[in-house]
Structure formats: C-alpha cells, structure tokens
Write a protein that binds this ligand. Structure first.
Ligand code: ADP
Length: 280
C-alpha cells in the first residue's frame, strides 16, 4: 500500500543545504504495523512528513495505493508526540475529535456520533463533554488517537506518540494501538526512539542510520500474538530482537548493513512475509 523509492530530502539550498534522509527505500503492505527507529536527528520525522505530503522530497517518490503523494493524501491521519498542542483548548473533547470530519461528513449529528464512537474505541466513552485541561496527558493522547480514528484512516502515522507520558501510561497506550490494529484494517507507521516499544509494537522494525538517514536494517518481528507487556517482553526472541535493534541503532559503522533489507535475524526465520505472521 505504501512504496517509498530512493527518497531524499534536503533542507535549504547551496552550501547551507542539509540532507536529512538520503535514498530511503521502503515498502509497507496493507495492514502492517511498522516501527521506525534510529539515532536522534537521523530523519525519522522527515520521513514521516514526506509520507504525509507535508514536505516535498528533494528526489525520489512516495506512492500510496499506487498514487504519488504530492499533497496530504486522503485516508491518512497523523498522531504527534505533543498532544498538548494538538488539541484545541476552547473546544470540548467531542468537538476536537469531530473537527476533521467537517471535510468529509455533512451534518453535526453524524459527526458527533462518529466522534463518540471513536472516543469509546480509545476507552474514553464519557469524556466527550470535557475539555483538554480536565484530562491527564495519557487521556489527551487518547483523544488525539480518537481524532485520528474518527476519520477511519487507511494509514496512520505516529511520530513519537508516547514520548511525553509516564511509563505505565505508555504501556497502556501501546496496548491500545495493538488493539486498534487488531480490530481495524489499518496500516500503521510508528516512529519511536524507544527500542522496546519498536519491537513490542512492530511486525517489522526499520532501523535508520545516523543522519542522513538511510535504511540500515529491516527486521521482521516474529513474536506470537496477542502480545502482552509481561509475557512478550520476557520471551527470549523479544530480548534477542531488542538487543539486535539496540546494536544497530548504536553502531556508527555506515558500511555495516546499510541498505540491507534483512539481517541474520531475518535469515534465521526466512524472509519476512508480505502480510506479517505476527499480525494481532
Ligand atoms: P529525527 O526525527 O530523526 O530526530 P528529523 O527528521 O527531525 O530527525 O531531522 C533530521 C535532520 O534534519 C536534523 O539534523 C534536523 O536538524 C534537520 N531538519 C529537520 N527539519 C528541518 C527544517 N525544517 N529545516 C532545516 N533542517 C531541518
């Protein structure tokens, strides 16, 4: 559903130009959940912004369901880390969630109904009449996720979505995302700097090199479903994968594995399936 070919993005021009990503190739199948990790500043957010049509690539292309992305495409929703700034404080929670539906859904009543259904889906069935300042950080991020879901996106992009909440809330939100993907035919890309999170959530983990970002490794995650915070994380395969990802993120040797699409981890399991076996 998503094809990224030789994607390069430089900011600025001439001698001051800065290349954030260089020659990224990535293919994502319908219904996959793909984690993207890499050192800080390696271009993870730039990659997501190119996919979202928010910035134009310097070269290369992004195709979504066979159509080139050169503007914000239909069927796409984005959840950012900074929930505090992504909600309008003067609107009720329900109106925040219903806001983007103005583009697609006629009539206030159907929009409110869709917003209430999305709030229920994220575990906040009674929060519609509340305001942002009445909610905890974790609840605000659930509202941001509800707003994304209300549009019934085909592709959900999440940029460090749980970077601003405490550890327990983070785990709850991770499980919420796994639950959402279990119930909906939705493709999800999650940018994270948290290596455990990348393995716990992903069907695949894409590791980018230090900037300018390139694909260093594409690791299939063959962990059993459904996943659980305790049961999954104590598995030897989880520990092996998180160690592998950690090693790849920390490694500064550009020659090692750059551009490869599988690693020893993948070789041990055979090539990754088109539609992931670990889908929950
Ligand atoms: P990451 O998300 O991996 O931390 P980013 O995509 O935010 O990385 O940034 C990659 C590089 O591009 C960084 O060096 C950053 O300073 C630079 N960069 C990001 N956005 C801009 C911009 N709008 N103008 C100039 N440089 C930018």
């Amino acid at each position: 559903m998503l094809e990224i070919t030789d994607l390069t993005k430089s900011y600025g021009r001439g001698p001051a130009a800065h290349t954030a990503i260089a020659g990224v190739n990535l293919s994502v199948a319908q219904g996959e959940l793909v984690s993207i990790v890499g050192p800080s500043g390696c271009g993870k957010s730039t990659l997501l912004r190119c996919i979202a049509g928010l910035v134009h690539p310097t070269s290369g292309r992004v195709m979504l369901r066979g159509v080139p992305v050169d503007d914000v495409p239909d069927g796409l929703a984005v959840v950012l880390q900074d929930y505090g700034r992504s909600l309008y404080p003067w609107l009720s929670v329900r109106d925040n969630v219903a806001m983007p539906l103005r583009r697609t859904t006629r009539g206030r009543a159907p929009r409110r109904k869709a917003a209430d259904a999305a709030l229920a889906a994220v575990g906040l069935p009674d929060a519609g009449d509340k305001y942002q300042w009445q909610l905890s950080g974790g609840m605000q991020q659930r509202v941001a996720i509800a707003r994304a879901l209300a549009c019934e996106p085909l592709l959900l992009l999440m940029d460090e979505p749980f970077g601003s909440v405490d550890a327990q809330t983070r785990e709850d939100l991770e499980d919420l995302v796994l639950g959402i993907r279990r119930e909906r035919d939705i493709t999800i890309l999650v940018v994270t700097h948290d290596i455990d999170e990348s393995v716990y959530l992903g069907d695949r983990v894409i590791v980018l090199t230090a900037g300018p970002g390139r694909v260093r490794a594409d690791l299939p995650v063959n962990l059993p479903a459904p996943r659980g915070q305790i049961e999954t994380k104590e598995l030897a395969e989880f520990v092996r994968l998180r160690t592998e990802v950690s090693r790849l993120v920390r490694s500064r040797d550009e020659r090692e594995g750059v551009g490869q699409t599988t690693t020893a981890a993948a070789d041990a399991h055979g090539p990754g399936p088109e539609v992931p076996a670990s889908r929950q």
